[in-house]
Design a protein around this ligand. Structure first.
Ligand SMILES: NC(=O)c1ccc[n+]([C@@H]2O[C@H](COP(=O)([O-])OP(=O)(O)OC[C@H]3O[C@@H](n4cnc5c(N)ncnc54)[C@H](OP(=O)(O)O)[C@@H]3O)[C@@H](O)[C@H]2O)c1
Length: 444
């Protein structure tokens, strides 16, 4: 592993260690360190609830929901049924006083470490297009990561990109980036059809790799990449940036705590209209375009995080005139009978929201759920019990880069937040969906 030590100290991050390895950053320090607003609404309630959440380690100590137990390997104690009134005690009779000792239904603060604190790596960028620009902007504005090289199929494009971001080395080929001894980790930002080739070359060159979503065109390619990275002993991760955002950590904690009761239904949609353009990668079957791999991956990945491995997948879809999937709706189920209802489309702007409904409460994630946004905890009576508000920032890609840097510095070959086996499961789900839609990419 060729990891450069941090080149400078980031802002201080006072934190306290909660149960086990839970990292619970101090809320005020987190705010000033990351310059991200995390206050709740309304402000008065905000302070009370934040204190309650921080002062209630029982929140984190509670057993996981049954549908998560198989993933966490936990035996579940029997939980007594709770009446409606015990959920929100209001009076102080002896009975209700006893009941009021039970944890209140509030959201915990995120445990997400500050991206600026992640050890600095030297990054090489392959295929400098739309997302590569946003990635480098995020790294430079919100982390201490260094972008040392960029490679394009065209030397002039590489030079223009390097000049714009002050990147020391610009190459007219991807191979030269992989040969650069000052590069620790490579970011693959090409169209989907090229992910496999570029990531495989990087792995064979002994570089750590972050691959844009969707990870590959299909599960067969994903399996080969994962096997190659494990054999070569390099870090590999799908750049599913949503997984690493603070509001998603709030969701994870709620799921782990069992706060929602038994999860029954997950919904998520990601529809963003795209101007039909046969020349654009989105509409190009040869580049593995279409709604599913570009946008549908977000609802599918979200449902996978919540429900675990799917035991059933059924899809319908509508193709564009170029043969890619333009709109796809999917119903998934897990072994505990919970369902996910998912949609993606290039034809319309959908709410882009997500929800998780359990027997005791539900979470609603405001659109666009895959970016920093608001999470609301809602009672079965539709009362908003608590909310977590993240500032809408463009720099959300900094969190995935920081996670990669932390893992590599710790000698890990994959991230526990986006494990490779789950990435492979998700690619298998996408394959199943495409079979239902009769969409095949050339050369598969
Ligand atoms: N995380 C996010 O929020 C997000 C957002 C958008 C996209 N993405 C993902 O990022 C990846 C790239 O998307 P993008 O919108 O950035 O793509 P893009 O701008 O259309 O293309 C990226 C780069 O790929 C190379 N390229 C373009 N067309 C090619 C072709 N026909 N054959 C080979 N290489 C080609 C070019 O680099 P050269 O200079 O080397 O030719 C181009 O600059 C996709 O996986 C997409 O799903 C992620």
């Amino acid at each position: 592993m060729r990891t450069r030590p941090p080149s400078g100290r980031g802002p201080a991050w006072p934190s306290r260690q909660a149960k086990g390895s839970h990292h619970v950053p101090d809320r005020a320090a987190w705010r000033s360190c990351c310059a991200i607003r995390t206050d709740r609404t309304p402000p008065e309630r905000n302070r009370t609830l934040a204190r309650t959440a921080l002062a209630a380690p029982s929140f984190l100590a509670r057993p996981p929901a049954p549908y998560l137990a198989h993933r966490l390997g936990t035996r579940l104690p029997a939980r007594p049924p709770r009446s409606r009134e015990t959920r929100n005690p209001v009076s102080q009779t002896p009975q209700s006083a006893a009941r009021s000792k039970e944890p209140r239904l509030v959201l915990p603060p995120p445990r997400t470490p500050c991206p600026r604190e992640a050890p600095a790596l030297r990054w090489g960028v392959l295929a400098p297009g739309v997302i590569a620009e946003r990635f480098v902007e995020a790294l430079q504005s919100r982390t201490q990561q260094r972008v040392g090289a960029v490679g394009s199929r065209d030397a002039k494009r590489a030079r223009a990109f390097a000049d714009r971001f002050g990147i020391p080395s610009a190459y007219g080929s991807y191979a030269e980036v992989l040969d650069d001894r000052d590069v620790d980790i490579v970011y693959v930002a090409s169209p989907h059809s090229k992910h496999f080739d570029l990531a495989m070359q990087a792995i064979q060159a002994g570089r750590h790799v972050l691959v844009e979503k969707a990870f590959t065109r299909n599960a067969r390619e994903a399996e080969q990449l994962i096997a190659a990275a494990r054999e070569r002993g390099v870090f590999l991760m799908e750049a599913m940036w949503t997984r690493f955002l603070p509001h998603i950590d709030v969701v994870r904690q709620v799921l782990e705590s069992g706060l929602l009761g038994e999860v029954q239904t997950v919904t998520a949609d990601m529809g963003l209209p795209a101007e039909p353009d046969p020349a654009h990668r989105l509409f190009d079957l040869g580049l593995a375009g279409g709604a599913l791999l570009d946008l549908g991956i977000y609802p599918v990945s979200f449902a996978s995080m919540v429900l675990g491995r799917f035991t059933s997948v059924t899809a319908i879809g509508t193709k564009t005139s170029t043969g890619v999937d333009g709109q796809t709706s999917v119903i998934v189920g897990n072994e505990f009978g919970a369902h996910g209802v998912l949609n993606t489309t290039l034809f319309a702007r959908t709410p882009t929201t997500a929800s998780i409904s359990g027997s005791r409460a539900r979470l609603e994630i405001a659109g666009r759920f895959h970016r920093p946004t608001t999470v609301r905890l809602i009672s079965p009576d539709d009362e908003v019990l608590d909310s977590f508000v993240s500032e809408q920032i463009d720099g959300g890609l900094c969190y995935e880069a920081a996670e990669a840097a932390r893992c590599i510095a710790a000698g890990k070959l994959e991230s526990g937040l986006m494990p490779l086996d789950e990435t492979l499961d998700i690619m298998r789900v996408l394959d199943t969906i495409r079979r239902d839609l009769a969409v095949t990419y050339p050369g598969e």
